[in-house]
Ligand binder design. Structure first.
Ligand code: SF4
Length: 370
C-alpha cells in the first residue's frame, strides 16, 4: 500500500562539485519536456485505490525547469490518484532559479511545502561549494517563497565545509529563524567518489575539517537549533513542532512509495525498484525499472532498527510487536545489550533510541542490528 509519491527531476543549472545525486546540467527545454511527458505516462500507468498522503518533487533542481511542467506533473497526479485533503506537496527549489512568476505558478499548482537549498549564508562558503547563489539571493528566495507560496518552508544547511566556522552556522540559523523557516535539514559535507571535491580534498579534508570538528559542529548545530525552537526529530532534521516532513517521516516508518522519473527509487508491494540514471533511456521507455530487492517479512523486521534509530523517538516496542508479532528485545537481544552497555542506545521503557553519544555512531550501531 503506497500512499506517497516521489518525483525526481534530474536537471540542474550546473553540477555542484560535491554532489553525487543523479542530475544532469546543460539539457535543453525539449529534453525537460520529454522527461515530464515520460513521468506523466508513468503516473498514468499506476492503478491504485490508495489515498496519497504526500507528494515530494525533488532532484536535481525542480525549479530549473519551466514551472508549467511542474504544474502539469501535479495535475497528472491529481487526475490519476486521490490526494488526501491535507496532502503534503513539497517541492525543492534553488535560490538561483526562482522567480516571482515561477513562485506564483507553484502556488496555483498546489505546492504547500517548499524546501530551499540554502546550504550556507556565508558568501565565501557558498563560493567554496560552487553554488550559484549568494547570501542575499538565498534570503530573497526565502521571502519570495513565504510571501508567494507558503510559510511551510524547509531549508538545507551544510556543515563541516572547509573554511566554515561555527559562527557562520550560528548566524545562518539566526537568519533562517528570523525569516520564519519552519524546518531545517543539516548535512555534513561528505566526499563522494567521482566528484570534483573528492579529487580536490581527499588527501587534505582531515586537516581542513577534522572528524572531531565535524562532530563538534554537528552537536553545536543541534543545540543551537533546539534553542531556537527547532526540535531535532531525526539525525539530520529539526523542525518547529507540527512542521516535521511527513514525506521523509514515511521513509523512516518503512512505508511504501512510488518513485517516478529518471534515477528515482520506489518501494511498492514489498519490492524496491529503481529507474536507471539516464535521461535518454527514460525518455525512450519511462516504464522500465530494475528490481533492487524483494523484501520479506524478515527483511522488513531487520530494516526496522536501521530506519527508526534515525528518529528521536526511536524504536517503538509496541509498534514492533503489532507489526511483526515479536518482542523487539528478544529479536535484537545481542545488539541491544552491547549498545546499551556501551552507552550508545537507551531503553526508555516503551522505546529504544540512540543516546547523544550514539548519534555519532549511528552507522555502526545500525549494522549491529542487521
Ligand atoms: S543543485 Fe543540488 S542536486 Fe544539483 S548538483 Fe547541486 S547539490 Fe546536486
Amino acid at each position: 500500500m503506497a500512499r506517497h509519491i516521489y518525483l525526481h527531476i534530474p536537471f540542474c543549472a550546473a553540477k555542484c562539485p560535491y554532489c553525487d545525486f543523479y542530475s544532469e546540467s546543460g539539457r535543453d527545454g525539449l529534453s525537460m519536456s520529454k522527461v515530464i511527458d515520460g513521468m506523466v505516462s508513468e503516473i498514468d500507468s499506476i492503478t491504485t485505490d490508495d489515498v496519497i498522503e504526500t507528494v515530494y518533487i525533488g532532484g536535481g533542481t525542480p525549479s530549473v525547469i519551466d514551472a508549467e511542467l511542474i504544474a502539469k506533473l501535479i495535475d497528472s497526479a491529481r487526475n490519476r490518484f486521490t490526494l488526501s485533503s491535507d496532502c503534503e506537496i513539497t517541492m525543492e527549489v534553488n535560490p538561483s532559479s526562482m522567480t516571482l512568476a515561477k513562485a506564483r505558478t507553484y502556488r496555483k499548482a498546489g505546492i504547500n511545502r517548499v524546501s530551499v537549498g540554502v546550504q550556507s549564508l556565508n558568501d565565501d562558503v557558498l563560493k567554496t561549494l560552487g553554488r550559484l547563489h549568494d547570501r542575499a539571493g538565498a534570503i530573497e528566495c526565502l521571502r519570495m517563497v513565504r510571501d508567494e507560496i507558503t510559510p511551510n518552508i524547509s531549508a538545507d544547511l551544510m556543515i563541516a565545509i572547509p573554511g566554515q566556522t561555527m559562527e557562520d552556522i550560528s548566524n545562518a540559523i539566526d537568519i533562517l529563524a528570523s525569516e520564519g523557516v519552519k524546518h531545517i535539514s543539516t548535512y555534513s559535507l561528505t566526499l563522494e567518489e567521482g566528484t570534483v571535491f573528492y579529487s580536490r580534498y581527499k588527501d587534505t579534508i582531515e586537516d581542513l575539517v577534522s572528524p572531531e570538528t565535524e562532530r563538534e559542529m554537528y552537536h553545536m548545530t543541534r543545540k543551537l537549533l533546539s534553542s531556537r525552537g527547532y526540535i531535532p526529530y531525526e539525525i539530520s532534521n529539526s523542525a518547529i513542532p507540527g512542521y516535521e516532513s511527513r514525506h521523509n517521516s514515511s521513509y523512516w516508518e518503512g512505508e511504501e512509495y512510488y518513485g517516478i522519473g529518471p534515477g528515482s527509487h520506489g518501494y511498492v508491494d514489498g519490492v524496491r525498484y529503481c529507474h536507471e540514471n539516464s535521461i535518454d533511456g527514460y525518455i525512450t521507455d519511462p516504464l522500465y525499472t530494475t528490481v533492487e530487492e524483494v523484501l520479506s517479512e524478515e527483511d522488513r523486521m531487520k530494516e526496522y532498527p536501521f530506519l527508526k534509530l534515525r528518529t528521536a523517538e526511536g524504536m517503538d516496542k509496541g509498534e514492533f510487536y503489532r507489526r511483526f508479532g515479536k518482542d523487539i528485545c528478544a529479536v535484537f537481544k545481542d545488539a541491544l545489550s552491547k549498545n546499551i552497555v556501551n552507552g550508545l542506545v537507551e531503553d526508555t521503557g516503551d522505546h529504544i533510541r540512540l543516546t547523544d553519544r550514539g548519534l555519532d555512531w549511528y552507522n555502526r550501531i545500525a549494522e549491529d542490528f542487521l
